[in-house]
Design a protein around this ligand. Structure first.
Ligand code: PMP
Length: 402
């Protein structure tokens, strides 16, 4: 008998299982609205032209090698990531109180934050939005948190933010709690607080001494404007609040498989930088020991070169605009079909995803009858829509709802 005979096959990870099912499907007009990655109007992945350019430059640069990076990552990358987040000349940067550690994607940044906060600030309770990205709870659970709680976020009846519920739940949280807030383009609802609402949320967290971990996986994807999308983070840093930001370049650089993230740590005093960074290095040493080079080098090459940076901003806009167009087209098709219900939320929501409001039963109908794959919660990836398939998808939604 095997030592592993008692190990049961694990439950499938929904989003990957969905893609496997999609790949097996032989139907010609099948659509995968599950996976969270950008697609062109041809339904293809997009290597950003500026990324390709940086890669060619790197390939021809004889001074580069494959030596280990520092444990905290590539310095030029970490600095550029903080500058992108806070904006050139931000008070917190000028005052030299921001540190960054390169991580394995946004996921690695969240895990590193969870470990650090547990070890040094004695945290054991985390609050996540209801609903949230499927991995938040698991990461904190894996880091040994005793309590994973939810704060209300989505108002299902009105298909908008439930601000009063959110504030009430945060006011009820214990003082030592950590809260994860999505900086922009909330996954999965596509619904963000307004700037005034942000100020209220931040004030409540401050009053309650709740530690804010900002999850910033979609800077530029929400509005197409990198500065506007960073509003809550820049506002908090101006107020002298101490907080962390888990940055990901998976989406806005299209570097999904390069696993490139950054844990930005905003402190209120330059003396804290060395302390937090060196302790993070010890944590990193024990989890992945050393970060990978390729993605960091690409992001640093682009962000530290004015001409490349301008090109990249345009390419982020291209992605954001295509998503916006797909929202408009889907909305118009549903309207012209007279699909029951209101669909304004499709055009009001922002970022990569739309929270359709389709029920589990309607989602099953979409998959089984129309070969259109989406998550049970009804989230769809707007980038998977194209001018060629949007009509097919609209007809299927119409049929599922009726
Ligand atoms: N946070 C949110 C809200 C996300 O949607 C994602 C990616 N799906 C991540 C973090 C993690 O991104 P990465 O792939 O860089 O680990």
């Amino acid at each position: 008998a095997s030592l592993f005979a008692h190990v049961e096959v694990a439950a499938p990870i929904e989003v990957f299982a969905l893609t496997a099912k999609y790949n097996e499907d032989k139907f010609q007009d099948k659509v995968n609205l599950g996976v969270g990655a950008y697609r062109t109007d041809e339904g293809k992945p997009w290597v950003l032209p500026v990324v390709r350019q940086a890669e060619i430059q790197m390939a021809n640069d004889a001074t580069l090698n494959h030596e280990y990076l520092p444990v905290a990552g590539l310095p030029t990358y970490r600095e550029a990531a903080a500058r992108l987040l806070l904006g050139e000349g931000h008070k917190a940067l000028v005052e030299n109180r921001v540190e960054g550690v390169q991580t394995l994607g946004g996921t690695g940044a969240i895990r590193l934050a969870a470990e650090f906060l547990k070890q040094f600030l004695n945290k054991s309770v985390v609050y996540v939005s209801k609903p949230t990205w499927g991995n938040h709870k698991g990461i904190f659970k894996a880091a040994g948190y005793a309590k994973i709680e939810e704060y209300r976020y989505w108002d299902d009846a009105n298909r908008c933010l439930n601000l009063s519920g959110m504030l009430e739940d945060l006011k009820g949280a214990p003082e030592n709690a950590v809260v994860i807030l999505h900086t922009c383009a909330h996954n999965p609802t596509g619904t963000d607080p307004t700037q005034d609402q942000w100020k209220e949320i931040i004030q409540v967290c401050q009053d309650k001494k709740i530690f804010m971990l900002m999850d910033c996986a979609y800077q530029g994807f929400a509005s197409g404007d990198l500065d506007k999308d960073a509003f809550p983070v820049r506002y908090m840093a101006e107020q002298g609040i101490e907080f962390f930001v888990a940055q990901s370049f998976s989406k806005n650089f299209g570097l999904y498989n390069e696993r490139i993230g950054n844990l930005a740590m905003i402190t209120n005093n330059p003396d804290m930088k060395l302390r937090v960074r060196t302790q993070c290095e010890l944590i990193v040493r024990k989890i992945w020991s050393n970060p990978s080079n390729h993605g960091a080098r690409i992001v640093a090459t682009v962000l530290n070169n004015q001409a490349y940076y301008e090109e990249w901003k345009q390419q982020v806009k291209t992605m954001a605009n295509r998503i916006q167009l797909m929202r408009q087209l889907l909305y118009e098709k549903l309207r012209s079909l007279g699909t029951p219900g209101t669909w304004e939320h499709i055009i009001k929501q922002i970022g990569m995803f739309s929270f359709t409001g389709l029920s589990v039963r309607q989602v099953e109908h979409m998959i089984n009858h129309h070969h259109i794959y989406l998550l049970k919660e009804g989230r769809i990836n707007m980038c998977a829509l194209t001018t060629k398939n949007v009509e097919y998808v609209a007809n299927a939604i119409n049929d599922s709802v009726k």
